[in-house]
Every structure is written in C-alpha cells, then in structure tokens.
Write a protein that binds this ligand. Structure first.
Ligand SMILES: Nc1nc2c(ncn2[C@@H]2O[C@H](COP(=O)(O)OP(=O)(O)OP(=O)(O)O)[C@@H](O)[C@H]2O)c(=O)[nH]1
Ligand SMILES: [Mg+2]
Length: 301
C-alpha cells in the first residue's frame, strides 16, 4: 500500500494480534450483542494500550449507543465504535500560529524521535512557505547538533548551534536573536532527552522556557514527542512532562512499528493536549498532521 495512509494501515495491521485483527474477531465472532462481547472488546482495547480510562469510557459509550439506537447486530456495533473512536480523538488541531516569530519547543525522553521530528517539521513548514530556523539546544552530546545539522541541510532551514556542553538556554537565546534578525516565522528548538536525572532535565526545560517567554513571548507550542512502540510507558511520560513542561501538543512517532494503535486513544485522554502530528517512518513525508477520522478508519477498514 502506498502513501501515508497505507503506511499507517500497514503498521497497525502488522500482526494477527494487532488491534485491527482482534477487533475484527470480536465483531465477526459474536453471534449476538451480549455481555461477553463488551468484555472482549474492553480486553482488546486494554491490550492495545488504550489505557483503562479510555477503554472503559469507549465501551460505556458503546453500551449507551446500542441502547439508544436499539442495535442488535454486532456488525452495527463495529460501525458505531469506529464513530465513537473518531469522536474520542477529537478534531485535527493545527500548530499555533502567531503574528511574529513562533517558537516551538520540542521535548521528550531520549530516542523517541525529537530530532527527526524537527527535521520533518522543518520541511513541512517550509513547504507552507515559512522561514524556519533550528536551535540545537541538545548540547548534551556533540552528535545531537551534528544530526540536526544534517536536517538543516536537507530542509534548507538555518541552524544555530554552540559547542558541546554549552548552556542550552544560551543557545536558545542566540537562536531567537538570529530568528528575529532574519525575520523567520518559526523557530524549532531541539532539546536533550537524557540528562543525569529527571530533576536536571526539568530544570533545564524551565530555564529554556523562561528565555523563550522573555525573548519571544512563547513558547507557542510545547510538543511532547512519544514513541508509539513504548505503549504504557508513553502514558507515564505524558504525566511527567505534562506537569513539568506545560505540553500543548503531542507528536506520536513510530506508528509503523506497532500493531497496538490503541495507544493514541490512551494518550488523548491522558495528555489533556491533542495529538498534532503522527509519524509512520523515517522518511521526509512520514510525518503528517494527525487526522482523527482517517486514523479511526485505518483501525477498522
Ligand atoms: N520507524 C520509525 N522510526 C522513527 C520515526 N521517527 C523517528 N524514528 C527513528 O528513531 C530514532 C531516534 O530518533 P531521534 O530523532 O534521534 O530521537 P531523539 O528523541 O532526538 O533522540 P535523543 O536526541 O537521543 O534524545 C532514529 O533512528 C529515527 O530515524 C518513525 O516515525 N518511525
Ligand atoms: Mg535528538
């Protein structure tokens, strides 16, 4: 299957144990709508990392809809559930815009795909005609800035970097001045995912935040990047970062590598912030704005 939808679909239906496969068996295997069907459905949702809250809420909504609409055919429940999931996922929420410079801070634990996401976002925003600058505020490893430099070349977005070990907040300060001087529309700030401990990481993020606030009236987005293959761990990361970094949106990567698409449902309930982009691979076009309806369809069709 070609295209973004195809790659999403391919990831989600990878194995027999996939969300899609299990869901199919619940609805085609059941002769009638009974308690066993609801229980099985709840199991499938939980096993696909949708989390307790979202799983219970969805099954409860389905029960209500079945009663109200007097549905009796399991096949009708399938259609109903797809609509409920789309509704649960909300609407596509674009990145926040502003008159002057928009600063998007990208956070998340190590290896989730922050730097790659920034590179793909730079290309996405450039295609929209935006002038983009990258700030290499992950100064923890020299390789981090080198990796961002590659994306700078690939996207044509300028990069602002300093030596390894430099103060990340100072890099961000420099980058904001450069972005203003060059009349850029968007500054994408890459941060370190791994520091000596969580307190360090959170202190560093607040310091960066303060600079952005003072110098640019932002951040206009705080994007938390999560790796879909980490399941319940991703939900835990949401809790930590939600408090420490005031997350405004989620980027969910590596959906090509998990058959447990349910994680999106759990994240949406846990984060109190919408999923804004999803990633389905390492290529330039493998990051797209999150489209809830399309996603729900990919889970069922
Ligand atoms: N399959 C797949 N791989 C991805 C996706 N997004 C990122 N990756 C890969 O995940 C790996 C880690 O990505 P990085 O962008 O370096 O992650 P990071 O969060 O910046 O990592 P640190 O800087 O170490 O904290 C790379 O090999 C990426 O190519 C995706 O949507 N699908
Ligand atoms: Mg990185």
């Amino acid at each position: 299957m070609a295209g973004f939808f195809g790659r999403l679909k391919e990831g989600l239906s990878k194995t027999k144990q996939s969300f899609i496969g299990q869901m199919e068996r619940v609805f085609t295997g059941a002769a009638k709508v009974d308690e066993a069907l609801y229980e099985e459905l709840e199991d499938v949702l939980l096993r696909s990392d949708a989390g307790v809250q979202a799983s219970l809420a969805l099954v409860e909504s389905l029960r209500r809809a079945v009663k109200e609409k007097r549905l009796s055919d399991p096949a009708d429940l399938r259609t109903e559930l797809m609509a409920l999931i789309a509704a649960h996922l909300g609407e596509t929420v674009p990145l926040a815009r502003t008159e002057g410079l928009a600063v998007y801070l990208v956070v998340g634990v190590n290896g989730v795909g922050k730097t790659t996401t920034i590179g793909k976002l730079a290309i996405f925003l450039k295609r929209e005609g935006k002038k983009v600058i990258l700030a290499a505020a992950d100064t923890f490893r020299a390789a981090a800035a080198d990796q961002l430099e590659i994306w700078s070349k690939r996207s044509g977005a300028d990069i602002v970097r300093q030596a390894e070990g430099a103060d990340p907040a100072a890099v961000v300060f420099d980058a904001i001045q450069a972005a203003k001087a060059r009349k850029a529309d968007v500054l994408l700030v890459d941060t370190a995912g791994r520091l000596h401990n969580k307190v360090n990481l959170m202190n560093e993020l607040s310091k960066i935040r303060r600079v952005i606030e003072r110098e640019a009236g932002g951040p206009h987005e705080v994007l938390l990047v999560l790796d879909a293959t980490t399941g319940q761990n991703a939900l835990q990361q949401v809790r930590v970062f939600r408090e420490a970094a005031a997350v405004t949106g989620i980027v969910l990567t590596k959906l090509d590598g998990t058959a447990k698409g349910g994680v999106v449902l759990g994240i949406q309930s846990e984060a109190e912030a919408p999923v804004k982009f999803i990633g389905v691979g390492e290529g330039v076009d493998d990051l797209q704005p999150f489209n809830p309806e399309e996603f729900a369809r990919a889970l069922f069709e």
